[in-house]
Design a protein around this ligand. Structure first.
Ligand code: GUN
Ligand code: ZN
Length: 435
């Protein structure tokens, strides 16, 4: 067993329904075979377990591992394409890069960049838009398995509107998806997701094939995009003759296992439908700002009882850090004025951790309670950096957390654990292990 010592912050009770941030300054977690089996003040836990190894994570903050509910594997090399709205950005920036993934050697080079990008930002679980090519999706799952992250992903499918080399057919999508699910779903920490790119690029027949795969793979997830950009929404309404959410729902794709990204411009009937289905919206704030998609109406989602979590949306989003997404989510609500939802640090942490775990059906992670798996990120800024200064002068745990969202970057991540095991290795953790 291992005893982890540090300042622990998590949100086992939902702050959107009155729950408070949990703060344990100098707390202790006893971890056996990856599971948290005891939690209390460090001194008490140490007295009860004097002989166990101690990992000393003082001098920073220990948070539950981040859960990214929307991120694109093939877009890691195109982060930073500024100045275009969604459909232009897709045509000029994202889709040419996604087509390169048909070369397995290219995909094999991108896969470690992508998985390392997640882990180095403190993300331990993610719902990932895979590639349009099955061999590239295999390479993603292989790399995720090697690095140990919890990845839910799958084949991205489309059969209209995109460049020809990204298109498939309903029959081929069905067969390739089932074969991938057979190879990866439930293998290690991997799970399968059914992923039509967006209603604009998917015929009714293809969405029906997606519904069939979802029904045939127990425990699989569904994810896609919804209501992101006004031009796209008008086009979907014309093509599908229904609202955007309905285009998926009529094929049995919306349920508690479903995550729809963006939803910047929903109608009230769509919010009612999502709440009824238990579907989660992945809020992707830096992407919404980069593409000028709009300001996310979080208060309307909360009022309707729609579940919301955070997504980085790499590569329209500007990086892997859910700290940055949290800060940008806060900015967006501030900019909405009286229509904005007043987000505090506990909300931001909840969106980046427990809400994501719930969205992905990962009941075993999301906070640092007894009985959960030890998936955690240690924010440990180097001495003298702005975050180190900020933490040193924080009034309390909540204030420290606000500073982490304001100032924290992947450079401040001192260590990342999944199931109690280190993912990758950082200088800070090496120092601790050796000391
Ligand atoms: N809609 C369809 N594809 C994409 C994508 O790759 N990124 C974003 N942000 N929206 C999309
Ligand atoms: Zn996206």
């Amino acid at each position: 067993m291992t005893l982890f010592r540090g300042t622990l912050l998590d949100t086992p009770a939902d702050p959107f329904t009155g729950g408070a941030l949990r703060v344990d300054v100098d707390g202790g977690l006893l971890v056996r075979d990856g599971e948290i089996v005891a939690r209390s003040a460090y001194d008490d836990l140490r007295r009860a377990h004097p002989d166990e190894d101690v990992v000393d994570l003082r001098g920073g903050l220990v948070l539950p591992g981040f859960v990214d509910t929307h991120v694109h594997f093939p877009q890691v090399r195109v982060i930073g394409g500024l100045g275009m709205p969604l459909l232009d950005w897709l045509d000029r920036c994202a889709l040419p890069e996604e087509a390169r993934m048909q070369d397995p050697a290219y995909a094999a080079a991108v896969a470690p960049e992508f998985v390392r990008g997640l882990a180095s930002a403190g993300t331990t679980s993610a719902l990932v838009f895979g590639a349009h090519y099955a061999p590239a999706v295999d390479l993603l799952f292989e790399e995720a398995s090697a690095q140990g992250l919890r990845i839910t992903s799958g084949l991205v499918v489309s059969d209209r509107r995109l460049r020809d080399d990204l298109l498939t057919t309903p029959a081929r999508a069905h067969a390739e998806s089932l074969a991938l699910a057979d190879r990866w779903h439930g293998v290690g920490r991997n799970r399968y997701a059914v992923i039509p790119r967006f209603a604009l690029s998917c015929s009714e027949e293809l969405l029906a094939a997606c519904g069939a795969v979802l029904a045939e793979v127990p425990g699989a997830m569904f994810t896609s995009h919804v209501n992101e950009n006004e031009r796209e929404i008008a086009e979907v309404a014309r093509l599908c003759g229904t609202h955007y959410t309905g285009s998926y729902d009529r094929h049995g794709l919306c349920g508690p296992h479903s995550v729809l990204a963006h939803d910047v411009h929903p109608t009230d009937p769509e919010l009612e439908l999502m709440a009824e289905r238990g579907t989660t919206v992945a809020h992707c704030p830096t992407s919404n700002a980069t593409l000028g998609s709009g300001l996310f109406p979080l208060a309307r989602h909360v009022a309707h009882g729609v579940r919301v979590a955070l997504g980085s949306d790499v590569g329209a989003g500007t990086g892997f850090s859910l700290l940055k997404e949290g800060l940008q989510a806060y900015f967006a609500q501030q900019l909405l004025g009286p229509d904005g939802y007043p987000l505090g640090p506990a909300h931001l942490l909840h969106l980046a951790t427990a809400a994501g775990a719930q969205a992905l059906g990962l009941g075993e992670v999301g906070d640092l309670s007894v009985g959960k798996r030890f998936d955690a990120v240690w924010l440990r800024p180097a001495d003298g950096t702005p975050l180190a200064v900020g933490l040193a002068h924080a009034a309390d745990g909540e204030d420290a957390l606000a500073r982490a969202f304001a100032l924290g970057t992947p450079a401040d991540v001192g260590g990342v654990w999944v199931d109690g095991a280190l993912v990758g290795e950082t200088a800070a953790v090496r120092a601790v292990a050796g000391g």
